[in-house]
Design a protein around this ligand. Structure first.
Ligand code: KIV
Length: 295
């Protein structure tokens, strides 16, 4: 099955078929997502926390995003791949912003680009759209603003703030955004936005009324025992079994139980001459090299 195009994804959303999105940052997990029938893969700037060990998305660079997007694109054939624009990659000038958005398609092979921002970014969205760069807006909680917000609080919790989010959504749609990601806002606000715009809304922590849902894969799989947002649900608890597998492996290596015969190759008859040449004639023992003795 080829990757779904934007008209196809929009048609599915219009028919009431929920769109399914997960983050993916590498080839192995991208393949698993695709095999599970996930429609879109978001190479999110959450890669900063999930894979790169940063405390926030702020240190993530455009080069990081291109590197991980290439891996996801190489590993997949039937998912629509969205590349996130990281902190400062679209803030310092519109030309640079459009160029970086284009690099996600041209250099990394993504099918769409996502950025965080509301109505104030309409001119950028318009220029991307005119250039043929499909763009997804991201409103509500914008994690790149975490320094200003003092963390990751839900957004749109007053009538004024909720109304501003609806206006942001409308402005981005009018500028040409083909979809909107709605992060961590009250259910009623996400529902109002979904009813107001014609483009698909993809929610995270924003309730069930969006036309699709996205989650950070690591949250869904329970890979971080210290961080488990409520909105991710509990689809797996993989941290403990993975840690247990690593611990059993370490223990087996230390007590000489790994590798065993099943994990080793024996030369058999084909190595008879080799074995004979290395047998100490005086003691009958196999001669060992210095390296082997040291190990
Ligand atoms: O970077 C990311 O993972 C995101 C999430 C909100 C899905 O943007």
């Amino acid at each position: 099955m080829p990757r779904p195009t934007i008209p196809e994804l929009r048609a599915r959303a219009d028919r009431g078929e929920p769109l399914v999105m997960l983050t993916a940052y590498d080839a192995t997990f991208a393949r698993l997502c695709e095999a599970a029938g996930v429609d879109f893969l978001l190479v999110g700037d959450s890669v900063g926390m999930t894979l790169l060990g940063h405390a926030s998305t702020v240190p993530v660079t455009m080069e990081d995003m291109l590197h991980h997007t290439r891996a996801v694109v190489r590993a997949t054939t039937s998912a629509h791949v969205v590349c996130d624009l990281p902190f400062l990659s679209y803030h310092t000038g519109e030309d640079e912003a459009v160029r970086n958005a284009g690099r996600a398609l041209q250099d990394a092979g993504a099918q769409s680009v996502k950025f965080e921002g509301g109505a104030r970014w309409a001119p950028f969205v318009q220029r991307c759209t005119e250039a043929g760069i499909p763009i997804m807006g991201h409103i509500g909680l914008r994690p790149q603003q975490s320094s200003l917000l003092g963390g990751y609080p839900a957004q749109g919790r007053t009538s004024e703030a909720a109304e501003r989010l609806v206006q942001d959504a409308v402005a981005l749609e009018e500028a040409g955004a083909w979809a909107l990601l709605l992060e961590k806002m009250p259910v009623e606000v996400a529902q109002a936005i979904t009813q107001t715009v014609r483009i698909p809304t993809i929610g995270i922590g924003s309730g069930p009324h969006c036309r699709g849902q996205v989650q950070v894969m690591h949250d869904l799989l329970g890979l971080d025992e210290q961080f488990r947002p409520r909105h991710a649900g509990r689809y797996a608890d993989l941290a403990a079994p993975i840690r247990d597998a690593f611990a059993r492996y370490a223990d087996d290596v230390r007590r000489g139980a790994f590798p065993g015969d099943a994990q080793s190759v024996r030369g058999g008859e084909s190595l008879a001459a080799f074995r004979a040449a290395r047998t100490d004639t005086a003691t009958g023992e196999t001669t060992r090299t210095g390296e082997e003795r040291a190990s």
